[in-house]
Design a protein around this ligand. Structure first.
Ligand code: UD1
Ligand code: CA
Length: 495
């Protein structure tokens, strides 16, 4: 199965990613990236920092960190503040060992102030500084590369992306002079009605000349509707000092997330991109609009996914396996030719080649389903290892156990793993037969080849090849019911 390398945009087509690696652009090495990720995200109305909200299985702010790393810049500085510890941890866990330095913005005084904090970490040798916002997750790496290369043509201290929208919403508006040159940006909240009518907006992707930026950032003030240092005021300063080079790009992938509604819209967009990406790589998806596949999941060719299935977290699915309708898999390692039938809920477990699971099975963390194992309807497992060829086809709870090769667990079997204080283990050897409706009171071990009679409550270990019968012996009382009926009838007649 394909591994997703660090710092890579895993939703980009393979070919695009390969060419990136083969042709590193020299200007990229002289470019530092500053990513602003310190804001509170007030408009989310949430106790959780905005950039830690989930977008298709990855924290919102981690997406663009991946894109920036894919660019392989000389330095990547992430400006953090609100929720910094959690955010730094999220970045480190997604990109372990990646060259990211963090700068602290103690007080969130605006994007211009955040950039100033980040600049302190940009090496003197950097010639250009690419500035990005943490809340624009789907910005394509190709656009960043185009922008980084652009201002060579002119002596412009700033190159920036611009987009035209039917509904410019709350984005900053691009103000041009009579000859069409960009002269400044006006924020939505500061804009006059005439300026609000401008449909050309600022997606927030800038490439600055480093020397200009160091000088200009000190000149920013905070006399505006929000009382903040606006990064966007640098545009007017650049326009006055040599001009702004604008690069027009379609807005679709450049949208920012300010509210939960934006998050939902972007998630739909990127989920669609993820699904199409896997279809191109040989995965069959039925009723694709109903299927959710998160960004970190990896699927092999000839995987089939049924309607309404959800493939979440770091789930891997091997060649030829099928995931039935409505099944939900999170962090599950599924081997090859595995059949997951409909409505299986599985998490934090492994399912080896040729196994068959479901319908309606619940596979909880720590379960290891071996090769060719059958796990049927209404079977719940937790921290249990099922070795090759084991079967538990109906109605069972199998927690904290080992089930040997070819062992058959009958319907209604329960591993009584919890005594009210601690959990204990049940170990079944190879070729064991557990009759239906048995309870195994852990800790207990059943030897290879042993047989447990139906309805047994097993409290003691069973030696190999033994028959264990642990239930009250049956007593038949001949004619008892007939005599009872006769007696009742006589009693009724006498009244
Ligand atoms: C910003 C732009 C706007 C543009 C839009 C594009 C400014 C003043 N405005 O507006 O022109 O159309 O993005 O999406 O830049 N941040 C910090 N520290 C702060 C404030 C913000 O690090 O003190 C970070 C936030 O975490 C966020 C990013 O900067 O990731 C953008 O901040 P946000 O408040 O969302 O700016 P917008 O109002 O969207
Ligand atoms: Ca924003």
């Amino acid at each position: 199965m394909k591994k997703v390398p660090n710092g890579d945009d895993s939703t980009a087509p393979e070919s695009a990613r390969q060419s990136e690696i083969r042709n590193p652009k020299s200007e990229i090495r002289n470019t530092a990236v500053v990513l602003l990720a310190a804001g509170k995200g007030t408009r989310m109305i949430s106790a959780r920092p905005k950039l830690l909200h989930d977008l298709a299985g990855r924290p919102l702010g981690v997406w663009i960190v991946g894109t920036a790393l894919a660019l392989r810049p000389g330095r990547l500085v992430v400006v953090v503040g609100h929720g910094r510890e959690e955010f730094e941890a999220a970045v480190r866990s997604r990109f372990p060992g990646a060259p990211v330095s963090f700068a602290l913005q103690r007080e969130q005084l605006g994007t211009g102030h955040a950039l100033r904090c980040g600049l302190a970490r940009v090496p003197r040798s950097a010639r250009r500084v690419l500035v990005l916002y943490g809340d624009t997750p789907l910005v394509p790496v190709g656009l960043l590369r185009t922008l980084a290369a652009r201002p060579r043509r002119r002596a412009a201290p700033l190159a920036m992306v611009v987009s035209t929208l039917d509904d410019p919403a709350v984005y900053g508006r691009i103000v041009r002079d009579a000859s069409g040159r960009v002269v400044r940006i006006v924020e939505h909240r500061d804009a006059s009605p005439a300026e609000r009518a401008i449909r050309e907006v600022n997606p927030g992707i800038y490439s600055f000349d480093a020397a200009f930026l160091r000088r200009a950032v000190r000149r920013l003030g905070r006399r505006n509707a929000q009382g903040e240092f606006y990064l966007t005021d640098l545009v007017a300063l650049a326009a006055a000092e040599g001009g702004v080079c604008d690069v027009a790009a379609p807005f679709d992938d450049l949208a920012g997330v300010n509210m939960r509604e934006d998050l939902a819209a972007l998630e739909e967009r990127c989920t669609d991109r993820i699904r199409r990406g896997w279809m191109l790589r040989g995965v069959t998806i039925r009723a694709p609009a109903t299927v959710r596949i998160e960004a970190e999941a990896v699927l092999a060719p000839d995987v089939e996914i049924g309607p309404g299935a959800q493939i979440l977290g770091r789930t891997r699915v091997g060649r030829g396996s099928s995931i039935g309708a409505g099944s939900i898999l999170r962090d599950v390692d599924v081997g090859m030719n595995v059949e997951i039938l409909p409505y299986v809920v599985a998490e934090g477990s492994t399912i080896a080649d040729g196994a068959r699971v479901g319908p309606f099975a619940r596979v909880r963390p720590g379960t290891e389903v071996g090769r060719d194992v059958h796990l049927g309807n209404f079977v719940e497992t937790k921290k249990t290892v099922l070795l090759e060829g084991a079967k538990a086809n109906h109605l069972a709870y199998l927690g904290d156990g080992v089930i040997g090769r070819r062992t058959n667990v009958g319907a209604g079997t329960i591993f009584c793993n919890y005594d009210g204080r601690a959990k204990h283990r049940t170990v079944l050897g190879d070729d064991v037969f557990v009759g239906s409706d048995s309870q195994l009171v852990a800790p207990v071990t059943v030897g290879d080849g042993a047989y447990i009679a139906s309805g047994s409550t097993v409290t003691d270990d069973v030696p190999p090849d033994a028959l264990a019968v642990a239930r009250a012996r049956q007593v038949n009382k001949p004619g008892y019911m007939r005599r009872l009926r006769d007696r009742t009838r006589r009693g009724a007649g006498g009244a």
